[in-house]
Design a binder for this molecule. Sequence first.
Ligand SMILES: Cc1cc2nc3c(=O)[nH]c(=O)nc-3n(C[C@H](O)[C@H](O)[C@H](O)COP(=O)(O)O)c2cc1C
Length: 437
Amino acid sequence: MRVKTVPADAVTLMEVEHCGLKYRNPFMVGSGPTSKTVAQLVDAERCGWGASSIKLVIDPPPYINKEPRYRWFEKEQFHIFTSEKRLNLDEGLRLMEGGRKHTREIILLANITYSGPDAEGWVEMSRKFEAAGAHALELNMCCPNMSFNLDVAAEDGTRRPCSGASLGQHPEAVAHITKEVMKGVKIPVFVKLTGEGGSAPKVAKPTIATGCAGIGNGGTRLGVPPIDLYDLKKNLYGLQDEVSMGCYSGPWMRPLALRDVYEIRRTIGSEGTIVGFGGVHNWKTAAEMFLVGADFIGICTETMVRGFGFLPELIKGLKKYMKDTGFKDHRAMRDRLVREIVTADKVTIRDGLAVIDDEKCIGCRKCELPAHCYAITMEDRPAAELAAAKTQGKKLSRQVAKIEGADCCACNTCIDVCPVPECITLAKGEFHKAKHN
Ligand SMILES: Cc1cc2nc3c(=O)[nH]c(=O)nc-3n(C[C@H](O)[C@H](O)[C@H](O)COP(=O)(O)O)c2cc1C
């Protein structure tokens, strides 16, 4: 078995006890290409991960199961897969058995889908994974690359057994399957929902009411990937002939994933457990996930890009943040932001004005361009000012931006487009009182 080198300070504790299992920390390798082999499970354990959810196992054998095609767009911060290989039942069971044999501390979850019409199939699979040593189950109600892809894109209206992100949008069906599986096994049962259709909070409510171990907010999201604009038949993802939809993950999805976790937390209340997935890649993004309501965090894309070894650094950063801000542990962080988020009608908008520092302005005109604002104009600097600056050895631009106070609504955009730090700032004050009253 080929495992990779790991950092010496790999195992950093942040222990969690949940449903009778001890996790070294609340970080889980999200089910995917980095949890497909025993070597990967061993590597993840060596790098200190609390848990790993093995690659999706589908029974009966998956009807879409092709060699993987991935792209990582560093600049845009998204990962896409257009094609992916899943495990069949035998492969999955062997992986679980091997994983249990070669690891001691990492918690292993079986990520499973029964792609048939009845709950009994789910129960059968679950029992087999329990017997193979799975510490816990993760029912996959999230994959958008199976029937959901066909739901969205099939020209002939082809329908396949409803699974993954298609099934995951049906509250009654998900809750029913979860309940039946829980009756069939003793190990904890997690359910991984989908962000597709905005359905996760709605589905989470009856599902968590079954008493299951926890809810995951979602997996990848289906989207149209980049194409060659001069050859519309040509995709940009390597050895694949046709253009197809892609499954998006990684940092770009963070705001949407955080919203899903926040909304699920608000819907289910403070009792249920949430596994937050989507775009977590460093301590800051992990902190955000806890603050909006996650108990555990699942990470996939970052492990595909950087391997498993970044976790100790992430935990170190998180611990420093908790120390600096007085949070006793990550549980104390949980939900803190949920209480702070108000609805749009409740926000208090302060009056103010953008103020330009004449000396810093380089006359680039970027602040004058935004089409929603007519408050900024460029003016020539007086010749005397330019001459005085010259004698003092200062370099001033020929033009300078000026703000017409009455037209400035203090929206912020000029500050964000200005390339010079602190050149434009916002002054608080009742500048528009007359206008508003
Ligand atoms: C290539 C790839 C394959 C994936 N396969 C699975 C899978 O088999 N089962 C699953 O539940 N999620 C799967 N996921 C979803 C991830 O586990 C995770 O939920 C999602 O990518 C969002 O997290 P991230 O931004 O950290 O990647 C996959 C993701 C990627 C990128």
